[in-house]
Ligand binder design. Sequence first.
Ligand SMILES: NC(=O)c1ccc[n+]([C@@H]2O[C@H](COP(=O)([O-])OP(=O)(O)OC[C@H]3O[C@@H](n4cnc5c(N)ncnc54)[C@H](OP(=O)(O)O)[C@@H]3O)[C@@H](O)[C@H]2O)c1
Length: 211
Amino acid sequence: MSEIVVFGAGGRAGRAAVHEARRRGHQVTAVVRDPGKYGDLAADGVRVAAGDVTDAGGVARLAEGHDAAISAVYDWGVEAGVFFPGAARALAAGLAKAGVNRLVVVGLASVLEDASGVPLMDTPGYPQEYRSFYLGHAAGTEVLRGAATGLDWLVVSPAGDFDHGGSRTGRYRTAPADAASRVSYADFAIALLDEIDFPGHHRVHLGVEEG
Ligand SMILES: NC(=O)c1ccc[n+]([C@@H]2O[C@H](COP(=O)([O-])OP(=O)(O)OC[C@H]3O[C@@H](n4cnc5c(N)ncnc54)[C@H](OP(=O)(O)O)[C@@H]3O)[C@@H](O)[C@H]2O)c1
């Protein structure tokens, strides 16, 4: 049994991560900005706590005593090029202060490389209207890559996209980017928790799909 802190625990990927962690018997601190909005998250083994992933001091306080952290955050109200690097900086600094070494971040397929090494966002026909959002995600990963704290981080994203109505099959596989690829939130969360229970990938962006 491990103690896991999940930032963005009220979101779609965050909720799936909390659920999968509980399936495995881990104790979870579910961090949300406004606990009043997320009363349904509280459960046996799940403590709901207020926090902001962009506040390094808060991250340190919330992560204290935990074995690993998951970040599954997105804030539509803040420019992605500000939000994702800010979250990455606060996580790197805060987790180092708390002595938490493993961080698994939910990333974005658009910046994952396809089988020929080309980022999905640069492949023919890929939508360009959200490119600044893609680049914001990539900038967050660059902050982790440059962190001087020795943090054992991993970014995991769908290889293509989430299958929003998809259910848990209990299976997934790692895969390069492919716009047609899908994975349910529940199966995606298995990959997140596997990388905490049995860390197999380090300091890279990993794609996963239904398998
Ligand atoms: N194809 C793909 O690769 C793909 C597809 C979808 C999503 N994603 C990525 O996956 C990640 C999770 O997405 P999702 O669909 O689960 O998003 P979501 O349902 O919108 O959840 C995001 C959560 O982040 C929380 N949050 C926002 N700002 C925060 C802050 N400063 N501190 C703490 N929590 C904060 C929000 O909580 P509040 O209630 O406080 O706002 C919300 O619950 C995102 O980074 C997203 O870009 C990737």
